[in-house]
Design a protein. Structure first.
Length: 759
């Protein structure tokens, strides 16, 4: 007998059976190697465990249902053993004659139960069925043995029943029924036993084995990893499969990595994370490359300088980076990443911009997750404990923000989520393109921004408030100064500034998460902002005392220009309720708001995917005093109609609008002129969307092009006013269209050419 091939370890709260693989017989897979399955089942006869690990160059990790399947097989084996069925005496005890007649069957039964059941339970079951048939046939042919045949059949039927009581056999039966034949190889086990894989220099695991019946929806690469999006026949959520290269390194390179990791681990920073591409990371890469080169030389492993760089990148990911999460953070098509409590037990969930919520194949180890959290705490300099169970923090070098929650708020323990920011600001044409808003809705908002209206963008969590507000910033005339104020920096101020806007940001202390020293509370910051003079004011999120200052300012006209903010709420009414009843703003001050724009995630009938939509543009009228609902203070100008999936104009309501009257008066425009202007703006945005679709050039809808297009429209309009006294929209739009096609579109195509981009 070889030395004990396994041990049981306590890892955290779990008992783990660790089996050392020793090919060629005990190979690193329960599914593929009968000997491996036997060792595991035998070990399980004496041990109850939560997980099984086969350790080789890589560790294969089996848990949950898979362990349960094998545990049941082991339990059945124990029953067979305890019932004496592992011994040849079963048949011997039936008497001499009988033993002679059924010798072959008796021997077969022992083989099946003692041997086959442990290494190939399905074959053991199938053979048992055959055995029952044979014994019955023999008894039929020789009635003198009926008595002992009955005894043997009774035993066999009990064996069959015990086998059938295991989920493994139940699953095998339904599989065989479905495919119509008994599998000749171990392919059935490959469907049931799919390990998660991890190299020992990596803590977290990924599930790699591809299941049958998965329909591939998409495939692309992120850095050196591959991403596959699958549709699972029985699951509503698509599967996001990440295949990182560290899970399939050649053995020699793997050994180099293991050794190098050991050497460099002690020198990596304990309280900081350096993202891929950051200058700090570059320094570590150089050190790692040198170390890898040395280690490889000592181990006599040949590596090209490309290999060295490739391995150094992987190592950096797992020592100074975000580990496997880094690849998710680098996937620009992901908008949210969720690591749920209890840590280490569930796969990472994510929201994909095209496929919605997906389950990933990544299981972050509890250690990895906790070490990230402690780094977030250290990097943010903010408290995170029982009395501060929320930590909100903008990650450096990644355009993402992390929110960590802990007990008592999260009773199952620490959990965290990343919100990945779109690298460029959203634009109204992009929102028209993905159906969030109608061209007319966009035209209307653009017009009121130009008319210096005050606006709140409302919606539930993640409804796209900040995104819509960002797109509205791009509608502010470029000669205005813009001040933004946020506690977590989400508005892409730098990009907006590159587009030619005069924009300045203020960062304030977070009211829920506390703040780094030196950060001003939002109400103080806003007072300062107002003193800075005539500027458009953009408040990231109105959620505390700054609301009072904001309304005071809007009321006395101190702002004197566009004022915007996002706020939680699903209607104008709930925004009013929140501002007045939660944030303590006097109800009549609320009238300083001109418009409330509401966004909502809409789920269409028959589909599980959520689509973000602007569902209402509501005017706050000025003639009421106490209760805006009773006194008709809310006037919907546009409302979403699910039937047409469109934001529609409520023409009768427009006639009652105070805002239209006010703008007519202030700007000396007629009602018709206002509509001409709104429609012209709607037209220009829609025109860009149509061009983008026609030429398949998504970049045309980025600020780089939409902002110049909007500026051109304003300029042509100005010129027309100079010439005719008032704008002649037909000729303005004609000229604008020619410019867009002749200049703007050509610019897009030329840049494509230069970058060698193909669609
Ligand atoms: N129309 C849209 N189509 C697709 N993705 C969108 C759309 N609008 C917003 N998003 C994306 O949805 C995510 C959430 O958007 P955003 O941060 O604007 O929501 P929010 O309502 O401000 O959320 P919060 O309540 O957390 O402040 C972002 O990743 C954003 O890029
Ligand atoms: Mg927001």
């Amino acid at each position: 007998m070889p030395e004990q091939q396994y041990e049981v370890r306590e890892v955290g709260e779990k008992r783990v059976l660790v089996v050392k693989a020793s090919p060629p017989t005990v190979g690193p897979s329960i599914a593929n190697y009968p000997e491996t399955m036997r060792v595991v089942v035998k070990a399980l006869m004496h041990n109850r465990v939560d997980a099984i690990v086969l350790s080789d160059v890589y560790e294969r990790y089996y848990d949950g249902k898979q362990v349960k399947l094998l545990q049941e097989v082991a339990l059945a084996a124990k029953k067979f053993k305890d019932a004496g069925l592992w011994s040849f005496s079963v048949v011997e005890n039936m008497g001499k004659e009988c033993a002679k007649v059924f010798k072959k069957e008796g021997t077969d039964l022992v083989k099946i139960l003692h041997d086959l059941w442990l290494s190939d339970p399905v074959a053991a079951y199938v053979q048992t069925l055959g055995l029952i048939k044979r014994v019955a046939a023999k008894a039929e042919a020789a009635p003198q043995y009926k008595e002992c045949a009955t005894k043997l059949l009774k035993i066999l039927k009990t064996v069959k029943a015990v086998m059938e009581s295991t989920a493994l056999i139940a699953k095998a039966k339904s599989y065989i029924l479905r495919v119509g034949k008994i599998p000749k190889d171990r392919s059935l086990y490959s469907l049931l036993f799919q390990p998660q894989l991890k190299p020992s220099f990596v803590e977290s695991r990924v599930l790699l084995a591809a299941e049958e019946d998965l329909e591939i929806l998409d495939q692309y690469s992120v850095l050196d990893a591959e991403v596959f999006i699958y549709k699972h026949p029985d699951q509503v959520e698509p599967l996001y499969y990440l295949v990182p290269p560290e899970f399939s390194l050649p053995e020699q390179q793997y050994v180099v990595m293991e050794k190098t990791k050991e050497l460099v681990s002690q020198y990596s920073p304990k309280s900081a994370i350096l993202m891929h591409g950051s200058p700090g990371r570059e320094q570590f890469l150089e050190i790692y490359e040198d170390t890898i080169r040395d280690v490889a030389k000592n181990l006599n492993v040949k590596l090209s300088s490309k290999d060295v760089r490739f391995l150094a990148n992987i190592l950096a990911r797992h020592t100074v980076g975000y580990g496997l999460l880094e690849l998710l953070l680098m996937d620009k098509r992901i908008t949210d990443i969720y690591v749920d409590a209890p840590l280490g037990s569930k796969p990472v969930y994510l929201v994909h911009s095209e496929y919605g919520q997906c389950q990933s194949n990544v299981v972050l180890s509890a250690d990895d997750a906790l070490s990230l959290v402690s780094k977030f705490r250290a990097m943010s300099g903010r408290p995170f404990d029982e009395s501060h169970p929320v930590l909100d923090y903008d990650l450096p070098d990644v355009s993402a923000r992390v929110a960590v929650i802990g007990p008592p708020l999260s009773p199952d323990g620490i959990a965290f989520a990343f919100r990945l920011h779109k690298p460029t600001p959203w634009t109204l044409p992009q929102f028209i393109d993905n159906n969030m808003i109608s061209p007319l809705g966009a035209g209307l908002l653009s017009f009121f921004i130009d008319s210096q209206a005050t606006m709140l963008v409302a919606g539930s969590r993640g409804a796209g408030k900040t995104s819509l507000m960002t797109s509205l910033i791009l509608e502010i005339p470029q000669n205005q100064r813009i001040l933004t104020q946020e506690d977590t920096l989400e508005i892409p101020v730098e990009e907006i500034s590159h587009l030619g806007f005069h924009i300045q940001r203020l960062k304030t202390k977070s009211p829920i998460a506390g703040g780094a020293s030196g950060e001003l509370p939002p109400e103080d910051a806003l007072r300062t902002a107002l003193r800075l003079g005539d500027s458009a004011i953009v408040i990231g999120e109105v959620r505390s005392k700054e609301a009072k200052v904001l309304y005071e300012a809007m009321r006395v006209g101190a702002a004197g220009s566009v004022v915007m903010g996002t706020i939680h709420g699903d209607s104008a009414y709930s925004v009013w309720d929140r501002v007045v009843n939660d944030l303590g703003v006097p109800t009549t001050s609320f009238k300083a708001t001109d418009l409330v724009v509401v966004n909502a995630p809409i789920r269409f009938a028959g589909s599980l995917r959520r689509h973000r939509r602007t569902v209402a543009i509501t005017e706050i009228r000025k003639h009421w005093n106490h209760d805006p609902v009773e006194e008709g203070g809310f006037l919907d100008l546009m409302r979403y109609a699910a039937k047409d999936d469109k934001l529609q104009l409520l023409e009768d309501n427009i006639k009652e609008s105070d805002l239209f009257s006010k703008v007519m008066e202030l700007r000396g425009l007629s009602y018709e002129q206002i509509w001409e202007e709104i429609n012209a703006r709607a037209f220009t945005k829609k025109y860009l969307v149509d061009l983008k679709r026609k030429h398949n050039v998504p970049e045309l809808l980025e600020g780089t092009y939409t902002v110049p297009a909007h500026n051109k429209f304003l300029l042509l309009k100005e010129k027309s006013i100079e010439e005719h006294g008032s704008p002649d929209y037909d000729s303005v739009l004609d000229e604008w269209k020619t410019w867009v096609e002749e200049v703007l579109l050509k610019r897009v195509l030329a840049r494509r050419e230069a970058h060698g981009k193909h669609t």
